[in-house]
Design a protein. Structure first.
Length: 275
């Protein structure tokens, strides 16, 4: 059995927890892969996180950002999150309970009884190009926000027009990402038990209200003009890919969901930590 461990970089507390978890797992005959940066800090052998999609379980130690980083690389491998951050929507396990939680999941995997929850991810596409699957949101925006920036666009859903306006951009968020960038732009909070994605326009001149949608809809954003020249498509806030307008960006559910192992976080407790 292989377990990958990804820790928040430059966090001595996270590195120390990795060290103790690795020992406990090795004692039980588990092969452990530690991300390279953390392994360097521990003077141990590391493995590229890009190889963790072949692990049986991945443990993410840090905040929700560490969990999302692990998810981008695990690509469907179940992830257990240990929370060293402030909120903890995705990381449900307290550091003091980490060893028990990880060993419990290892035992459940070996017995074939591991309970894994699946949540959708989103993929943006332009012609033959595909984005990295997003666990939180896909953002379509201009190079610059505010006066003199933004996009002219039309949003269509299942082929029917929904909104045509000028705005800083458009966010399409999963229920997981509804409490992230979507919320800061005035979008609604979606309970994790609700199977929906959310369309939120960013500072639209004459746009529509945020809209909750079935994840299986055909959603397209056709940008006719960008005041700053190009259109940026961004997956979970990372590595924008730019296109020249006019361009149509489709957003759809990824074929491989994000898979979460271990106990559930208390959604409403986590909400209470948001400022």
């Amino acid at each position: 059995m292989d377990v990958g461990i990804v820790a928040q970089k430059e966090n001595p507390r996270a590195a120390a927890l990795v060290d103790s978890l690795a020992d406990a797992l090795a004692d039980r005959g588990v092969t452990v892969r530690i991300d390279e940066l953390t392994a360097d800090a521990l003077s141990a052998s590391g493995a590229p996180v890009s190889t963790f999609d072949t692990c049986d379980i991945v443990v993410a130690i840090g905040g929700d950002g560490t969990f999302l980083f692990a998810a981008r690389n695990a690509d469907g491998t179940p992830i257990l999150g240990v929370n060293l951050g402030e909120v903890g929507f995705l990381n449900a396990v307290a550091p003091a309970n980490a060893e028990d939680a990880v060993l419990s999941e290892v035992a459940a995997f070996r017995e074939g009884t591991m309970n894994v929850r699946e949540v959708p991810r989103l993929v943006a596409a332009v012609d033959d190009w595909r984005s990295t699957p997003a666990a939180n949101e896909v953002t379509i925006q201009g190079d610059r926000r505010g006066h003199g920036g933004g996009l002219d666009y039309t949003v269509s859903i299942d082929g029917s027009p929904y909104s045509e306006t000028h705005a800083d951009g458009v966010i399409v968020a999963t229920q997981t990402g509804s409490t992230a960038y979507n919320l800061s732009e005035g979008g609604p909070i979606v309970h994790p038990g609700v199977n929906a994605i959310v369309l939120t326009e960013m500072c639209a001149e004459a746009g529509m209200a945020p809209l909750a949608l079935d994840p299986d809809v055909d959603l397209a954003v056709t940008v006719t003009d960008s005041r700053t020249g190009s259109v940026a498509v961004i997956s979970d806030g990372r590595r924008p890919t730019t296109f020249d307008p006019p361009v149509t960006v489709t957003v759809s559910k990824a074929s491989v969901p994000m898979r979460i192992a271990g106990p559930r976080s208390d959604f409403f407790e986590a909400l209470g930590k948001l400022e």
